[in-house]
Write a protein that binds this ligand. Sequence first.
Ligand SMILES: Cc1cc2nc3c(=O)[nH]c(=O)nc-3n(C[C@H](O)[C@H](O)[C@H](O)COP(=O)(O)OP(=O)(O)OC[C@H]3O[C@@H](n4cnc5c(N)ncnc54)[C@H](O)[C@@H]3O)c2cc1C
Length: 598
Amino acid sequence: MSNPTSTAKRRDEPHLAAPDLNPSFTKGVFLGEIREDIVFPFPVMSAEESESLRMILDAFRTFATEHVDSAKMDHDGKFPDEVRHGLHELGLMGLNIPEEYGGFGASAKVFNRVFGEIGGTDPALAVYFGAHESIGCKGITLFGTSEQKQTWLPKCASGEIIAAFCLTEPGSGSDAQAMASTATLSDDGTSYILDGRKIWISNAAYAGLFTVFAKVPVTINGKIKKRVTAFIVDAHSEGITLGQPEQKMGIKASDTRTVTFEKVRVPVANVLGEVGQGFKIALEILNSGRLGLAAGSSRGSRQMLARAAKYANEREQFGRSIGSFEMIQRKFAQAAAEIYAADSAVMLTSEMMDRGHIDYSLETAACKVFASELAVHAASEAMQIAGGIGYSKEFPYEQAMRDARINMIFEGTNEILRALIALSGLQQPGERLKALGSAFKNPLHSLGEISSYIAGRAKRAVKKPEFTKVHPSLSKEADRVATLIHNLALAVESAIMKHGKKIIERQFIQERMADAAIGIYMSTAVLSRTTWEIERAGSVDAAKAEMDCAQLFLADRFRLVRRSIRRISRNQDDRMRAVAERVLETGEPAPVGPTDRE
Ligand SMILES: Cc1cc2nc3c(=O)[nH]c(=O)nc-3n(C[C@H](O)[C@H](O)[C@H](O)COP(=O)(O)OP(=O)(O)OC[C@H]3O[C@@H](n4cnc5c(N)ncnc54)[C@H](O)[C@@H]3O)c2cc1C
């Protein structure tokens, strides 16, 4: 599929989150600021983008209706060739590859919407698509030289070459820096010799190229240090062997294997970026890649709830449809409000990517955490609505539960992403307080600094930030979100003062800070989206469906976030630690009961 309308903005420079350089909405939240220009106005697609998107979705849906049998693929544990080739023929394997390299050059808004559609149709197929495009060859688009792009991207775009991303190892999962794979410059200086074992590699069996991360010994100040470096590796190189397909709980049709590299020669020209830049490259790839998982999770939730709604209308008990019972209605209402929030946040974050010069790393993490947990919950609720048949393999509910679960694990587990959000958010307030700490060491010389900090804190304590661009009909909700931002920043500051550097170890607290920041970002996305919906519809009444979801979501999230913030300082963490440590020491998950005592 070509891009006849040239929808996508041509970007001269690769679009990176570049967290060290660019402003971030969520980092601002940790400082008690509302950087409204990053989140308002809510993005809309251009007419050309909408037209292209419609065209792509129509083509994909027609193809999927005819060829994608999700239950059969789950049962067989593989995709029929016609399904993979069908995706290639539709041009989807090059959706976000720039046009000059044979791709479609889709904007992040279009790309993530299509990702969502594929994920909602079949999550395993979304893994095939995402492992190739979001992470497999994304590094070449972002960091490749023009020669590397010319060599690899056109073939990736057509599907002639499928890409895979090789980061995880047996001893290095969440802790990617601990990798053991090495790449050593050959004696003649023309190649690197790559050795190592990567596990859980999606698309391994189909791959024509691997983006591989390995440590290269470099001499720094006379000492040899090992630095993570990214390589483009021809998957047909000598010395590469594949393991058997992993037998997985869900996304069964996707191919996942171990890939072993034994003295594999990788030409020097295939170093991606610079030697030693590999970890940053991996993080940048994952920063953008995980938004696709959020889009797929949100669409998957929508699909399951749509199916459950049909069933709830048809199925009668006690002489009425089960959908008429309020306990069933509560499930639909909650899911609708949360899907509305997830969709809004995915769109808003996609726009950050398209705009450029914005650090979206915490927002993509927030979207992935929120939407992946939503999808697991939504699949479980849909199963519950379906009752007994929900548990049957003849119906799609149980597969949906199995398929949805992976999104909480890969491309950064949700724990690691919560830690990322909290620790990145803490950085700036931490630096501010560290500077203050040094000032106190020499107070006579630093009186000005100290008094301006104390005055600043006093001011911060009373001066709440505010939203100025939210529709007046949502002013009460906007004010509550602003209060949460204010309270989070104060709680963060107090926590840093109390725990100092040890805050790095205080994950009970980090988790609450992250949950608060995620809730605040989702709420902000809802405020931005609903403001736009009201303006688009012309009145609050005309946007009633959106307004109802917004108000449900915002009220609910306000309570949850307020609780998370309170528990940053008022908690039972010592007791929690004691209980957890007892479990880990004794292996007994809870005190034994009277029937188990001797
Ligand atoms: C189906 C599938 C496909 C995959 N595809 C790919 C792929 O294509 N390419 C690739 O490179 N990898 C891939 N992976 C690997 C995946 O990214 C890792 O499984 C994931 O990063 C977690 O690593 P791990 O399994 O080693 O778990 P671990 O890192 O051992 O984590 C185990 C648990 O401990 C928690 N934990 C770890 N460290 C911390 C910490 N500091 N604080 C709090 N909690 C912590 C984790 O959150 C998790 O709950 C895939 C995995 C699966 C299952």
